[in-house]
Ligand binder design. Structure first.
Ligand code: C5P
Length: 221
């Protein structure tokens, strides 16, 4: 299906997969797809238009009208930079609520496939290896315990001088994991052929090196 190599990096929220996937893409000179940003943009746009996140039909119709572009580090919605607006905890929560709608997920498939261009793609999300790029040459499932991920998110918010409460973050992550894993459409699950990478005791550069080595071995076989 895909003409260029795809490395799929899936896993739960705050597992560090965004940072790791982006670095792998940079090292290989590949394109990078942050699929979570798409669900975040939809949640943000729905909110702006007073559409409830649980209204599958309205959310999907709203998504169809959006012009979404990634330009360098910026996420553009209808030509406006919404990079920081979509990164809040509230929009993250909304993203996981709109992401349960199968019609919305179907609407976003083509857009995600368009990221697969020469020389290759690193795709980061929940269903990259299972649904969107099932023929990815390498599938990584990056995860860490809920406590480790909550601690990381807590430190990130503190570093950004944003309000942070560890217990609330832990509860939000637990709820989001349950929603992502329990939904009927493209649930968060590890593809059979994926490699599990637990990052509780693994630094970012070690995770990046591990993926690069795996990819190099594939190229040599
Ligand atoms: O990765 P990120 O935290 O930005 O994703 C936000 C939400 O979008 C996730 O909690 C998940 O519910 C949803 N998502 C998804 N499928 C993807 C990427 C993200 O359902 N491929």
């Amino acid at each position: 299906m895909t003409n260029f190599p795809v490395i799929a990096v899936d896993g739960p929220s705050a597992s560090g997969k965004g940072t790791v996937a982006q670095l792998v893409a940079t090292k290989l000179g590949f394109h990078y797809l942050d699929s979570g940003a798409l669900y975040r943009i939809v949640a943000y746009a729905a909110k702006q238009n007073n559409i409830a996140w649980d209204n599958a039909l309205a959310v999907t119709e709203c998504a169809k009208t959006l012009n979404i572009e990634f330009v360098n580090e910026q996420v553009l919605l209808n030509n406006l930079d919404v990079s920081s607006e979509i990164r809040t905890e509230a929009i993250g929560k909304g993203a996981s609520q709109v992401a349960v709608h199968a019609p919305l997920r179907a609407t976003l498939v083509d857009l995600q496939h368009k990221f697969c261009k020469a020389p290759g793609l690193v795709a980061d999300g929940r269903d990259m290896g299972t649904v969107i790029f099932p023929d990815a040459v390498l599938k990584i499932f990056l995860t860490a315990s809920t406590e480790t991920r909550a601690q990381r998110r807590y430190q990130q918010l503190l570093a950004k001088n944003q309000p942070a409460n560890y217990e609330n973050i832990l509860q939000d992550l637990t709820e989001r994991d349950a929603r992502d894993k329990g939904r009927a459409s493209a649930p968060l699950t590890m593809a059979d052929e994926a490699t599990l990478l637990e990052t509780d005791n693994l630094g970012v550069s070690e995770a990046v090196d591990y993926i690069l080595q795996k990819y190099q071995v594939l190229l040599n076989t």
